[in-house]
Design a protein. Structure first.
Length: 765
């Protein structure tokens, strides 16, 4: 794979600046350039201002402070010569062909041989961009269409021309996959490429039909959401997020470039209600609101598509919004069913019509919509739920054209599993779906095999070479006794290595609070203590198992989910890891060894001065504030990840990387030595108590924060431990268990748990 260690981004607008940030997240040295502002004393003002704004952007564009330092700034007039050092030059300027071509001519004069130049355009064809430019330039040119925000959106559409150097394009695709963590979809040089071509058609159709039917926006969002596996933002919530003011520009661009007979033209109509909203500043979340807004009393309001007036949000109560059988919606006769069927039926048909003009493979279209628009199922996966033949007949009854790819699929499925392998229909033939080298998906393992062990909350899988994978399967991957029981059985099997991983949205949100509050309400304290003791024993057995354990988390790893990371031999983390011990937020302390493991990490860290207090103080700050990392890089800084733990940028590569780490550790594995603690004792507990009282007096801690912090301080100081002596981890675990049980019996803790379960937010009591 070619090395892209030096990257230049030209254009410091929203997309260009965030592309630069994410390239820096990947470890590259990045040069960010923009024009010289007219009459400005600082010729780099635009690029410098963009970088300063990026440091405050939420959600964060940078994964670490180190990434910020990898970005340097300049301007096109003074610093264009620096492009000679760049391996990849990304153009992200305004969508004007004349300006882009003028810039390319300048780049051609300074770029080095073998460099790649790409545009982030989503509207201008590649053939137009390179028209009249040198063969040397055209061979190194392509389109790399990032989705906003570039750090978090996993889709990247790559467009090449026949004259593009295939080897260079492949090297760039590999870099974007492995280092930037994107799923690269190869799109053809057609208007809007794949995701936006189909996504804009879908959104426009949904809005037009809702206005025509006079539907409530809440009803429309509910109908288009859950039944089709589309995020709960639905259509109108998504348009608010994107920005209403952008939609006319996107629509106009597509209308200008799409062929005359394209189905989009029939939907590209002006809607007075939207024109009025834009004129009055209701452009979505970035404006005063959009289809939804916060009213004068902060209550959520929705616009009436008929009158244009705002009113209180109404909870939709339509049966079709809860339908599980898509055919029942398409066969329905109610206005709601007709709306959903019309919008989604036309969208699925349009998706099928894009083969082969926009994409060669149905998998590319499905991947683009799943990653670019967060659909749970791609269009062809949804068609399989209806049946290709059934859907083709429905289109005929509706007087709509049946795309050739759909007609050819009658009596077949677009996806089938044979002998444990996934196949997709390609040119009328089922073809194996292949993964790039280094990609191992648990979903593929589950198609091909049965679990070694299984219960309602977890499963154990053979992932080859003697390595097994332990998967949480409970709701939100919350932890319970069933998981502890199966994990104990998995440990007893003594595999060559064990990876703890799942492909859920989050690794684990922690212990099942619903079960805890249920037990507390009936005073089943022995059951709660059993859960705490079993968790401590299971995690300790995991830590000292005679084989390596590698945790492979992505998303949130909170509370008990974080504690299982702390008890693993190694962590292979996805770059987007949000980990922390958050129990204080529900009035508790980490009860499964989190306190003692973080103490052990900080006591062993060369970053801190030696002595009885520095390590407990750092751990106290972290746990009492319910700290959660905003990236794997931040988790490393917080010592949740240790030296030797590694980060995978592409989530699809996480399981493979973790397996390889387990195999490497297994070559000469010995369990870790138990830690020994020197803790400050009563004097330390007093110091913590005084600090918390000071925070309380300043209004920075609530009454109940003081109670929880007091219990935490007692654990981290070692209780009555002799500050001149040593204690082992069982001693600290005993302190954890006792403190947890005292807190869980208090009304303040139960109030915090109930509030969290009801609202999803912490109670500040």
């Amino acid at each position: 794979m070619a090395v892209f260690n030096k990257i230049a981004v030209i254009g410091a607008g929203t997309m260009g600046a965030q592309i630069a940030a994410h390239c820096a997240n990947a470890g590259a040295e990045v040069l960010l350039l923009d024009i010289v502002p007219q009459g400005a004393g600082n010729r780099n003002a635009l690029a410098e201002g963009a970088l300063a704004k990026l440091r405050k952007t939420e959600p964060a564009a940078f994964m670490s402070d180190e990434a910020v330092r990898r970005v340097s700034v300049g301007n096109i007039e003074d610093d264009l010569w620096k492009l000679a050092e760049s391996d990849w030059i990304v153009e992200a300027i305004i969508e004007r062909l004349d300006l882009k071509q003028a810039l390319y001519a300048k780049i051609d004069g300074v770029m080095k041989d073998g460099a790649v130049v790409s545009s982030n355009t989503s509207t201008i064809p590649l053939s137009a961009l390179t028209h009249g430019l040198s063969e040397r330039f055209r061979r190194g040119f392509c389109i790399t269409h990032f989705f906003n925000p570039p750090r978090y959106m996993r889709l990247l559409e790559l467009v090449t021309a026949p004259e593009t150097d295939a080897a260079r394009a492949d090297d760039l695709a590999r870099f974007i996959d492995v280092r930037l963590g994107k799923s690269v979809v190869r799109a053809k040089d057609s208007p809007g490429f794949i995701a936006n071509r189909l996504g804009v058609y879908w959104l426009q159709g949904a809005v037009v039909e809702a206005v025509k039917a006079g539907l409530d926006v809440e009803v429309a969002d509910a109908l288009i959401g859950r039944p089709f596996g589309i995020p709960k933002t639905g259509v109108f919530g998504l348009v608010d997020l994107v920005g209403l003011d952008l939609m006319p520009h996107i629509n106009a661009s597509l209308a200008a470039t799409l062929p005359e007979g394209d189905a989009f033209h029939a939907l590209n109509v002006k809607l007075p209600v939207i024109e009025t909203m834009i004129a009055e500043g209701y452009t979505g979340r970035k404006g005063k609101g959009g289809f939804y807004r916060r009213g004068p009393n902060k209550a959520r309001e929705a616009i009436d598509l008929v009158s244009g007036a705002y009113r209180a949000v109404r909870k939709p109560n339509v049966a079709e919004a809860k339908a599980r059988d898509l055919k029942s919606i398409f066969d329905g006769t109610t206005p709601e069913a007709r709306y959903a069927a019309t919008v989604m039926g036309r969208t699925l048909a349009y998706a099928a019509s894009l083969i082969p003009s926009a994409a060669e493979r149905i998998t590319d279209i499905d991947e683009a919509m799943k990653l670019g628009y967060n659909w749970a199922l791609g269009p062809f996966e949804l068609i399989d739920k209806l049946g290709a033949g059934w859907f083709a007949d429905w289109l005929t009854r509706e007087g709509l054209a049946v795309p050739p790819v759909l007609d050819a699929a009658r009596g077949k499925r677009f996806y089938e599993v044979k002998d444990g392998r996934l196949f997709a229909l390609q040119d009328g033939t089922l073809t194996p779906v292949t993964r790039p080298e280094g990609v191992l998906l648990l979903a593929d393992i589950k198609r091909a095999t049965r679990p070694i062990l299984k219960n309602p909350s977890a499963a154990l899988w053979d992932i080859g070479d003697g390595v097994e994978c332990f998967e949480f399967t409970s709701k939100s991957n919350s932890l319970d006794l069933a998981i502890m029981e199966l994990l104990g059985q998995a440990i007893a099997r003594k595999p060559r290595g064990l990876v703890i991983h799942n492909e859920g949205r989050n690794f684990s949100v922690g212990a099942n609070l619903g079960l805890a509050i249920l037990a507390a309400n009936v005073a089943a304290w022995s059951e709660i203590e059993k859960l705490i003791k079993t968790g401590q024993e299971t995690y300790k057995a995991l830590k000292y198992a005679p084989f390596p354990v590698v945790a492979a988390p992505s998303g949130m790893a909170l509370g008990g989910g974080c504690e299982i990371l702390l008890h693993s031999d190694a962590i292979q983390a996805h770059a987007e890891l949000y980990a922390g011990l958050v129990e204080a937020g529900v009035g508790l302390i980490p009860g499964w060894g989190g306190c003692k493991e973080m103490l052990a990490r900080y006591l062993a860290s060369p970053r801190l001065p030696k002595g009885p207090m520095p390590a407990p103080v750092k751990v106290f700050e972290m746990i009492s504030t319910a700290y959660v990392s905003k990236s794997a890089a931040q988790a490393q800084k917080a010592l949740i990840l240790r030296d030797g733990d590694e980060v995978t940028m592409n989530r699809d590569r996480l399981l493979h990387d973790a397996k390889q780490k387990a195999l490497k550790l297994a070559e000469h594995y010995t369990p870790p030595a138990p830690p020994i603690f020197r803790l400050p004792g009563d004097a330390g507990a007093t110091a913590f108590e005084m600090a918390v009282r000071d925070f309380h007096a300043k209004g920075m801690a609530t009454d109940y924060d003081v109670v929880v912090a007091g219990e935490l301080g007692g654990i981290l100081s070692g209780g009555t431990a002799d500050p001149t002596g040593e204690v082992d981890e069982d001693f600290v675990l005993g302190l954890e268990r006792a403190a947890f049980m005292r807190l869980v019996k208090r009304e303040g803790t139960l109030a915090r748990i109930e509030h969290m379960l009801t609202t999803g937010k912490p109670l500040r009591n």
